[in-house]
Design a protein around this ligand. Structure first.
Ligand SMILES: Nc1ncnc2c1ncn2[C@@H]1O[C@H](COP(=O)(O)OP(=O)(O)O)[C@@H](O)[C@H]1O
Ligand SMILES: [Mg+2]
Length: 368
């Protein structure tokens, strides 16, 4: 029985690795995970005054978000800190109950709250967190972490030593014998993040949700970890959500890019188009003001020598009482009157198929 399972899993892995060679057989565009109207409002603890007036306050962290993750593609989700990116990832991982919207795995709506259904879901959708220090238990070795992942996902019937060897090789921690009995503190940040990735792969997932996977790593090793993720995407045909505040890395690493501002998606399209010809004023601001966050002046948050823009230079709004209309309008250099009152839907931008912006500037019904 266990034997059969092993064979089946190995066959599945072999099929997936062979997929690129038989391009026609496995469509690379398969949708793995899809969200529509995804919404999360966190309740805020009531103050005395709210109790009296009966007001319910909430943080509107994510509102009406649509996204699609496809096999063998990296989708970047870009935005400033506090824009709701991690909340989207946690909703997709079913770590939070959602306020509204739908999540579909291979076209089937899923809502899981724990237990067996949650484990089955996790087997297909794995998350990688920002902090590889916090995500590994300091009292356990690499072997323990990876073996546990294999067990949780019912892969302990396989030859465990072989499986550990394969996982470590896959994340380029070679020779595996050098790493398998190490404790987290004996590894560098980059090596730890590779162990965290290996642990995620232990579930043999189809989708990886990587929440700022390199932002806590030294600049010099970020590229290596991103290249590893790209390699996994190509070899295992994973669907990857790559969350980042660094739009430059999205261009380098992601096939598609989505831009989020204050809990809402504002622009999307292929990464080249979104980063080279940004349509939404917020995306333009992101690109102008932070092409590389490592070069920003910590005092001003701007690149040295950059002229601060009057309006764009503001702060993201409170999500307890977000601005009406377009949430970016108070900071937008192109804001028109209707932006203050009317929420812009997605408009197609003509320059490239699939490029859209939620901005009234692209409303073709109005001639500018
Ligand atoms: N568990 C929570 N309870 C209340 N508010 C939260 C919670 N998690 C996140 N938030 C709020 O939701 C907003 C979005 O947060 P987050 O998704 O972490 O953004 P990002 O990852 O883009 O920095 C922030 O205003 C944050 O304070
Ligand atoms: Mg975050």
């Amino acid at each position: 029985m266990a034997e059969e399972n092993t064979v089946a899993t190995e066959q599945a892995v072999a099929d997936r690795e062979a997929a690129p060679a038989t391009a026609g057989a496995a469509a690379p565009d398969d949708v793995v995970l899809e969200a529509s109207g995804l919404t999360k409002h966190f309740a805020v603890r009531k103050r005395g005054r709210d109790l009296l007036t009966g007001t319910k306050r909430s943080v509107r962290a994510v509102d009406d978000v649509d996204l699609v993750l496809r096999r063998g593609r990296v989708t970047a989700l870009v935005g400033e800190s506090g824009s709701g990116k991690s909340t989207v990832a946690r909703l997709l991982a079913q770590l939070y109950p959602r306020t509204g919207g739908d999540i579909r795995l291979h076209g089937k709506s899923v809502t899981v709250k724990g237990g067996k259904a949650f484990r089955a879901y996790c087997r297909q959708v794995q998350m990688i967190f920002q902090d590889p220090f916090a995500s590994l238990n300091p009292v356990h070795t690499v072997r323990y972490h990876l073996t546990r992942a294999l067990k949780i996902h019912d892969r302990a019937g396989e030859d465990v030593e072989q499986a550990l060897h394969d996982l470590l090789t896959r994340v380029q921690l070679t020779p595996p014998e050098r790493y398998v009995d190490k404790f987290p503190h004996e590894l560098s940040g980059g090596q730890r993040q590779r162990v965290a990735i290996a642990r995620a792969l232990g579930a043999d997932p189809e989708a990886l949700l990587a929440d700022e996977p390199v932002s806590m790593l030294d600049v010099s090793i970020r590229l290596g970890v991103l290249n590893l993720l790209r390699d996994l995407k190509e070899r295992l045909h994973l669907a990857i959500l790559y969350i980042t505040h660094d739009i430059a890395s999205a261009r380098y690493f992601a096939d598609d890019t989505l831009v989020m501002y204050a809990g809402r998606m504002v622009e999307g399209g292929d990464s080249e188009t979104v980063t080279q010809s940004p349509a939404h004023p917020y995306t333009r601001l992101l690109i102008e003001s932070a092409p590389d966050p490592d070069r920003l002046d910590p005092g001003t948050g701007k690149e040295p020598g950059e002229v601060p823009e009057e309006k764009g230079a503001g702060e993201p709004p409170s999500l307890i009482a977000p601005p009406s209309g377009c949430r970016f309008h108070p900071r937008c250099p192109a804001a028109m009157q209707r932006c203050e009152t009317d929420l812009p839907p997605r408009f197609e931008v003509d320059d490239s198929p699939g490029h859209w912006a939620a901005c009234w500037l692209y409303d073709s019904a109005v001639t500018p």
